[in-house]
Design a protein. Structure first.
Length: 198
């Protein structure tokens, strides 16, 4: 990621949480994401790497449920806001770094979580390989992605192919519920879960 990319996301930071699915300020939207993630994740206190964590909303949501979460984002202002929101919350740490090559210990996480991040990687297959290297034995990838009306993003088929290229299985669930997004949607949104193989 270049300095132009960092500058763009730094500029987004001040208003990032205004999007219903970013800030989870609406209690119903927050509860919907909580229920979805708890369904997809192993029980707490599993260790989670939240890559491209933005202002830390999901990391903090999961920390409140007893998970041990490390959030990574390359935008200094996003990380600054995440740390401010966290305050003295236990079980969560925020690290400034490139999500495509996370500065985290390999083979030490039960889950690598990415929400709307993989599509933005310069080389998604390479990034995903490094993400998989973070997983401890038995760990899983949880990838929330989409192919949006703007033309950006990854289709579910593309994300499944990226996961399969690592020799991993992929299960896809469509995320069509309006409560997750704060509005009705007409584009493709989904989560791909890749559990441990073998």
């Amino acid at each position: 990621m270049g300095s132009d990319d960092i500058g763009r996301w730094d500029a987004e930071a001040a208003r990032f949480d205004e999007a219903p699915d970013h800030g989870l300020l609406d209690p119903q939207t927050r509860d919907a994401w909580r229920e979805l993630l708890l369904e997809l994740l192993p029980p707490a206190p599993a260790r989670i790497a939240d890559l491209g964590c933005g202002t830390g909303t999901l990391a903090l949501l999961l920390a409140a449920e007893g998970y041990d979460v490390d959030g990574v984002d390359f935008s200094p202002r996003m990380i600054q806001q995440a740390r401010a929101k966290a305050g003295v919350t236990s079980g969560v740490r925020f690290v400034e770094g490139d999500a495509s090559a996370p500065p985290l210990d390999p083979a030490s996480y039960d889950v690598v979580l990415g929400r709307h991040v993989l599509w933005a990687m310069p080389a998604p297959e390479d990034a995903l390989g490094r993400w998989a290297d973070l997983l401890a034995p038995g760990g899983r990838l949880v990838l929330v992605e989409g192919s949006w009306h703007t033309g950006a993003g990854l289709t579910a088929r593309e994300t499944e192919a990226l996961v399969s290229s690592l020799g991993r299985t992929a299960t896809t669930r469509r995320l069509t519920e309006s409560v997750l997004w704060g509005r009705e949607i007409d584009d493709e949104r989904y989560v791909v879960v890749s559990p441990a193989t073998g």
